[in-house]
Design a protein around this ligand. Structure first.
Ligand SMILES: [Zn+2]
Length: 260
């Protein structure tokens, strides 16, 4: 009898803690714009009961959760509408949400958390595609420390924004009403410099990981997806955060809002 009770208590405890963990360790919020902000590497929290990974990149993209929230706030105040948000609070030391499962985790116990992150993105994208048939943008937010005041663009050299380019031309990626065109206009260093695609190509270190590759540009279900790698000095710069949000808003008005 005692043994049965212990098993029941243990089972209940495990069930409750698993259910609570995903909500504690992943920020996910629906919006009412055809824009989803994702941030896989800004989390600092341990996953209870899990071990630190033994291989892969462990370093957090510091302040990128705050950056994602700052962008959402600015979009709310300028457009009066909200982007969708999915961001990991869990640390990359346990789960690298911007990798395929095989490289993201080292323990089957972490599968539910890994998939909770991606299933929330998929569910929001399904909703966005139904509500906004004119197109949608996923912005995957990262940080890099190699070039501290530079913003790198990652689209696998256009592949993850194939639909956008097909519909509106390269100007939607590098022109004056694009996100990177606007950042450059505001005086920020962007790489590649805005110009013809692949001249020069995107930096291989930052040219688009699992998230933009999975959700961007491949098939009928895809949206357009851009990885943005923000230099470490810019991530806490309020002027930069507002400018990036304003660039996203400008892009929205030109390429998403008015498009049938
Ligand atoms: Zn990253």
């Amino acid at each position: 009898m005692i043994r049965v009770l212990i098993v029941l208590v243990a089972w209940n405890f495990a069930g409750l803690s698993n259910a609570a963990d995903a909500d504690d360790l992943i920020i996910s919020r629906p919006g009412n714009l055809p824009i989803i902000l994702t941030a896989p590497h800004g989390g600092q929290q341990a996953v209870p009961g899990a071990f630190v990974r033994t291989r892969g990149t462990m370093v957090a993209d510091t302040n990128t959760l705050e950056l994602a929230e700052g962008l959402a706030n600015r979009l709310r105040s300028t457009l009066g509408a909200e982007p969708y948000v999915v961001a990991a609070r869990f640390s990359r030391k346990y789960i690298d949400a911007n990798r395929a499962e095989v490289d993201a985790i080292e323990s089957a116990d972490l599968k539910p958390m890994y998939w909770a992150y991606h299933n929330r993105i998929s569910a929001y994208l399904l909703e966005i595609r139904q509500k906004f048939p004119g197109g949608a943008l996923l912005v995957d937010i990262h940080g890099q420390g190699a070039e501290r005041r530079v913003v790198h663009r990652g689209t696998r050299n256009g592949m993850t924004v194939a639909k956008l380019i097909q519909k509106h031309g390269v100007a939607a990626l590098v022109g004056p009403n694009s996100i990177f065109g606007f950042l450059q206009h505001r005086g920020f260093d962007v790489f590649p410099p805005n110009g013809p695609l692949n001249a020069p190509p995107e930096d291989r270190r930052f040219n688009g990981g699992h998230t933009v590759f999975t959700y961007g540009g491949k098939n009928a279900e895809s949206v357009d997806a851009i990885q943005i790698e923000v230099g470490i000095y810019l991530r806490t710069d309020a002027g930069f955060i507002d400018s990036l949000a304003d660039g996203i808003a400008l892009f929205y008005k030109n390429y998403l809002a008015s498009v049938p």
